[in-house]
Design a protein around this ligand. Sequence first.
Ligand SMILES: [Mg+2]
Length: 178
Amino acid sequence: MDKKAVFFDRDGIVNLKLENDYVKNIDEFIFIEDFFETFKIVKSMGFLAFLVTNQQGIGKGLYTESDLKEIHTFMQNQLVERTGFEFDEISFAPNLAIENDFRRKPNPGMILELLQKYSILPSSAIMIGDSYSDILAAKNAGIRSIQISKYTYEISPNFHFQSLAELNLKLQNILMEL
Ligand SMILES: [Mg+2]
């Protein structure tokens, strides 16, 4: 089978987004329960799973790269325990928004790097995110997108669901088309 991948945003998809704050330690990292099912569907269909997350809290000095690694080690361990799988790779952009770094979403850098590294065609990849910047990053990288949000944006995703629970009912069908 040709390699296929799902790119995941983190805050608001894997774990609860904090209002006007950043996840700075594992105590603040609370999984969204329905994500485990989402992740299980993706991995059991043989897809690579990549996490692509903006972490400008590092650029702001609110936490360090090593704090972030600790959070992600915790996340990976919990995923293995709950689903038997973990992310194949985790990519983060520590830059401040005003720097407009090519890797920071809505720019496509992180997605393009991973597509290239794993020799995956853009047509064989899809992004799952909750923010406008996720949908735009996917579009900028030439891949499809699924938005999980109560709202829709001007730049429309290929698929839109109100919640991960709703997505989970359709995800297998969406991935089979890739
Ligand atoms: Mg998000």
